[in-house]
Write a protein that binds this ligand. Structure first.
Ligand SMILES: CC(C)(COP(=O)(O)OP(=O)(O)OC[C@H]1O[C@@H](n2cnc3c(N)ncnc32)[C@H](O)[C@@H]1OP(=O)(O)O)[C@@H](O)C(=O)NCCC(=O)NCCSC(=O)/C=C/c1ccc(O)cc1
Length: 410
């Protein structure tokens, strides 16, 4: 009989599966340890956007639609100069449209070309944001154990996470996950998964990277399709990256925000309110005009349930807020429904003002803006906060946050 190797004979009886499991878990809560953001080079001021869009899509023959977009953009620039959009960053520019005139007409086949471009530029944008997050973190990229990549431009395999991992020099053993087409709640979903991974794998350091580009849904206006006009007034490109881990390493890692609880809620009877679908001419989307009211009517329930689950009695006016700025009206109505003062969502409004709605990645910009405000000793003196993101479903992501020790005493 062949001898049994010593290592194989010693292990099984000594340690129970429960003990092995316990040893794998982290002690502390998942914590945001670093944040980075990036945008493409082309920057279009909101008051120039209408001319930019109608020129690029050769749509000057539709003056009524042009006036409508101008009205909405001007409305932002004049009436809400502080709280609404001032400029946006985009990958699409004159060069892209010259190379691909077919992008202007959603009835022409262009999906292959869009996906081809997006599969390169979207991970590259994510790499730019991730590199900043890794620098902010202070540890080498090779210490990342898990990667979650979220984008609505990811319809190819191997998908963007593979390119992203290689651009960043992550280890071949990094555990990769792609989230696709979660739209504006992609950032919230990715952070929730990061929390699970960080708390269930001792020592894990999870890189969350979200990157969105309107390239996939940039086409000319059409009579009877107001969604396109609204989208053109709101959406921009950007990438946000966050490193999440539990039990921060004292001298190196700075705990920014602790993630104390996370939940997802599907709003009843809301299936058709926000939709996204890949078509031969690019991604089609629909945003029902009642979305701000729908969200405002459901947000409080999500908050009550979340705080109730951890037995914390919270007063809304004492919290800091990282709410996805889907549009100015969404922030207005949510503030109103929660009885908050107009400045409560200042971080969300600032991001909307500077970048527009960058879909799933926007909430990461808001977290970064909140961090900036805490460091500057701004108005957000609160200890507890809520991150909320929403998108197709209609889905509401809620994460309860607490200010980490890395932000206290600033
Ligand atoms: C800033 C808005 C758009 C306008 O401000 P307002 O105070 O409502 O102003 P008005 O009442 O004067 O409305 C301006 C015009 O916009 C029109 N409008 C007002 N919402 C609408 C409406 N959903 N439909 C189609 N007309 C409308 C409205 O009818 C009106 O038209 P008109 O009378 O002809 O000037 C405001 O309504 C607002 O914040 N809406 C929320 C937008 C929203 O739901 N966002 C969340 C969803 S985001 C999302 O799904 C992302 C998908 C996505 C997809 C592709 C991507 O590349 C990236 C992302």
């Amino acid at each position: 009989m062949a001898p049994v190797p010593a290592t194989a004979a010693a292990a099984p009886a000594a340690v129970s599966t429960h003990e092995i499991r316990r040893a794998q878990r982290a002690d502390g809560p998942a914590t945001v340890l670093a944040i980075g953001t990036a945008n493409p080079e082309t920057c279009v001021p909101q008051d120039e956007y209408t001319d930019f869009y109608f020129r690029l899509t050769k749509s000057e023959h539709l003056p009524e639609l042009k006036n409508k977009l101008r009205r909405i953009c001007k409305h932002y620039a004049c009436t809400h100069i502080v709280t609404s959009i001032e400029k946006r960053f985009l990958h699409v520019n004159d060069d892209v449209m010259e190379a691909h005139p077919e992008f202007a007409d959603r009835h022409l086949t262009s999906l292959d070309a869009r996906v081809e471009i997006a599969s390169k530029v979207v991970p590259e944008l994510a790499a730019a944001a991730s590199a900043k997050a890794i620098a902010d973190w202070g540890r080498p990229a090779t210490d990342i154990t898990h990667l979650i990549f979220s984008t609505y431009s990811g319809v190819k395999a191997p998908s963007g996470d593979r390119l992203l991992a290689s651009l960043l020099g992550l280890r071949p053993t990094v555990s990769r996950t792609v989230l696709s087409l979660h739209g504006c709640y992609g950032g919230g979903r990715a952070l929730q998964l990061a929390k699970e991974l960080a708390e269930n794998n001792r020592g894990a350091r999870v890189l969350v990277a979200c990157a969105e580009s309107t390239l996939i849904a940039f086409y000319g206006p059409e009579v009877g399709c107001n969604d396109t006009i609204i989208g053109q007034a709101l959406f921009g490109d950007g990438s946000g990256a966050v490193i999440v881990g539990a039990d921060p390493v004292g001298a190196v890692e700075r705990p920014l925000f602790e993630m104390t609880f996370a939940s997802q809620t599907t709003v009843p009877d809301s299936e058709g309110a926000i939709t996204m679908q890949y078509m031969k001419g690019g991604m089609d989307y629909h945003i029902a005009s009642g979305v701000p009211e729908m969200l405002a009517g459901n947000i409080e329930r999500c908050l009550v349930d979340a705080f109730g689950a951890i037995g914390v009695a919270a007063r809304w006016k004492d919290l800091f807020w990282a709410v996805h700025p889907g549009g100015r009206r969404i922030l207005d109505l949510i503030e109103e429904s929660l009885g908050l003062e107009n400045g409560a969502m200042a971080a969300s409004r600032q991001v909307l003002h500077e970048y527009g709605n960058m879909s799933g990645t926007t909430v990461i910009f808001v977290l970064n803006e909140l961090r900036r405000r805490f460091v500057a000793g701004g108005a957000e003196g609160a200890d507890w906060g809520a991150l909320m993101a929403f998108g197709p479903g209609v889905t509401v992501e809620t994460i309860l946050l607490r200010v980490g020790s890395g932000l206290k005493g600033n």
